[in-house]
Ligand binder design. Structure first.
Ligand SMILES: [Zn+2]
Length: 390
């Protein structure tokens, strides 16, 4: 899997799983991960398309925004529409009309956070659907089979995500189960060109993170994820958990920090060697009437923007900011017009894609440390929505 003969002859694209490290700056990496549906320039942010849609957007919108890869949720798609329909429709790419890379999670996180009446065994978890209470079972074999049906470019191992706080004994058992399940996932049949990433768990315990990471590396995956972070723990602990996981992972493989989407935390994770991120916040915040800017988020829905004729973010070159005012978007949101959510989703994702482009540019230019300091100053300025943003 990790052979050095990935480069095929001629002009054919590199084989899926090829990870090119184009530049480094301290711990930060500027890379390119090849998948069966094309390359991903890293560090990259993946918008979340839980129900086979990034809410309110269609694939054409995502392409225009420069989105390279989206995330699909195996658990939700297993519950509805279910594997039979997805298989009949030719997998997730064909089903939703998206031609570019897709990463699917394994469903583990949702089973442990959403589903009711779980029963845990060596083989996996029996649980009741959060929608209709139907009894379902998900383990390494089932999670990989479902991801094979989805045909994602990157499949995630089925793991046990523990809550925070969690005692060391339980965290240790969860790590053992996660490693057992990872070994099983690694040996399941895959969709053509599908990559599989292992997930480092271990909660806040450095030695468990190390044990899990080294165990996964021994099994050997196309990439590695840091899981069980951003589950309510304080930020210094979160960054420490990332550090304690990444330090045991091979330089030549991509690293994905799951569920992280705060600009500052992503910057700090990149400084520690992370390459991929996903989070619902740019899209969820849009539905709650919050606008992201390079200086942080602000509630465009608030009364003070009632007569504001400025765009959502001054200086933003997204199609929404080129056309519409805060006053208009605030109005749409306050009368529950669906266009308001759509426009804010477009802007918020543009802001995310733009931030990642700038981050990649800073690493390429050897100016990441400077960029990191500038980010800190911007995000702590508390000026989002207040003053001209350059
Ligand atoms: Zn904009």
């Amino acid at each position: 899997m990790h052979d050095s003969n990935r480069q095929p002859p001629g002009d054919a694209p590199p084989a899926p799983g090829t990870f090119e490290r184009l530049a480094t700056d301290g711990g930060a990496r500027r890379g390119r991960l090849w998948t069966a549906h094309g390359p991903i320039e890293t560090p990259a942010f993946m918008p979340v398309g839980t129900q086979a849609t990034v809410k309110t957007l269609e694939p054409r919108d995502l392409e225009e925004l420069g989105v390279q890869i989206i995330l699909g949720n195996t658990y939700h798609l297993l519950v509805r529409p279910g594997p039979e329909i997805l298989a009949a429709c030719g997998g997730l790419h064909a089903f939703m009309g998206w031609k570019h890379p897709i990463l699917t999670d394994s469903g583990g996180y949702q089973v442990f956070s959403l589903a009711k009446l779980r029963k845990l065994s060596r083989e996996g978890v029996a649980f009741n659907s959060h929608v209709d209470g139907a009894r379902l079972f998900l383990g390494p074999a089932e999670a990989m089979a479902m991801q094979r049906v989805l045909g994602s470019d990157i499949a995630m191992c089925f793991d046990e995500c523990i809550p925070w706080p969690c005692d060391a004994q339980y965290a240790c058992q969860a790590v053992e189960r996660t490693l057992l399940w990872a070994d099983s996932c690694r040996h399941q049949e895959r969709a053509p060109g599908q990559l599989v990433f292992g997930i480092v768990q271990g909660g806040e315990f450095a030695e468990l993170r190390g044990r899990c990471a080294r165990g996964l590396v021994d099994i050997g995956f196309d990439g590695y994820a840091v899981g069980g972070v951003s589950v309510g723990e304080p930020e210094p602990l979160l960054l420490q958990e990332i550090e304690e996981s990444v330090r045991h992972l091979p330089e030549e493989r991509p690293r994905y920090v799951m569920g992280l989407g705060d600009f500052w935390q992503m910057t700090e994770a990149v400084a520690r060697g992370a390459d991929l991120f996903d989070c619902v916040i740019p899209t969820r915040h849009a539905r709650n009437g919050s606008a992201f800017t390079r200086n942080g988020a602000y509630p465009v829905k608030a009364g003070e923007y009632k007569r504001d004729l400025r765009p959502v973010e001054e200086g933003c070159r997204c199609p929404v900011c080129r056309t519409f005012t805060r006053a208009y978007i605030r109005h749409l949101l306050n009368v529950d017009e669906i266009l308001g959510v759509r426009l804010l989703t477009v802007h918020n994702l543009h802001c995310y894609m733009d931030t990642m482009r700038r981050m990649r540019g800073a690493i390429e230019a050897g100016a990441f440390q400077e960029w990191r300091r500038e980010q800190a100053a911007r995000l702590r300025s508390g000026t989002a929505g207040k003053t001209p943003e350059g």
